[in-house]
Design a protein around this ligand. Sequence first.
Ligand code: UTP
Length: 277
Amino acid sequence: MIKKCLFPAAGYGTRFLPATKSIPKEMLPLVTKPLIQYGVEEAINAGCDTIAMVVSKYKKSIEDHFDNNTDIQSSINGTSKENLLNPLNNIIENTTFSYTRQLEMKGLGHAILTGQTLIGDESFAVILADDVCHSQNDSVLSQMMSIHEKYPQHCIVAIEEIPLKNTNKYGVISGEEIENNLFRVDNMIEKPEPKDAPSNLAIIGRYILTPDIFEVIKNTSPSKGGEIQITDALLTLAKKGKVLAYKFDGKRFDCGSIDGFIEATNYFYEREARDEI
Ligand code: UTP
């Protein structure tokens, strides 16, 4: 069973400047909860007890968020505001957090390779915190964990249908549907123009990876934007029939973009308002 979830969180988040000049993108809140906490909660809910983060020297506030703040805690102890921190305190008490730094931002594939030291030789989950997912029933990562139980030797990527005009923002796959909503991937291309896209099935920020991915990334050359792309590394494994793509049940917000971030803010605000009624 997968216990470790890797969070590549070293990117600069330039689309949110000036906000992200000194605040990590992952710490921007949807209402009152930072993006990264949504991701960590999803990982824990899916059965992970170890959170491995790939960060940079600009991301210290992520570490602080998942640590005690004794001054704030003593100022709210015994008041109704304790409830605002209790869920996070619970996570901190019951979860192992480990961090490593990516020294140069050479892409998502490189960030995942940087996390090898925290993961070791076992299968692991990956969450990109700027893709926030919400499902009525099992979370997206929980759904993927169920597939992993049946296909433990395969890498699994989460996919969704997108308008064809947007393929140049995503990794795009093609493959044969082997079960309802589950595809065996035969091709994947990073950010293709619509005319070159193998389908309109785009990879979103949830992965389950087998440890052989690290060796493959080491042998993957930089491509689009001079970055080492996880899509290129996965293509090597897809050619051996070792990659599955899962069309998940739920909603995804691209909180790495301003439109997606605002949409998610409204969605979660309305949900909270409804819960309070
Ligand atoms: P993005 O390209 O969406 O994030 O990377 P970014 O680079 O931070 O954002 P913009 O485009 O400048 O606004 C997807 C994920 O991969 C991580 C990012 O932190 C994000 O979670 N990433 C990307 C790394 O950790 N290291 C990298 O070198 C690149």
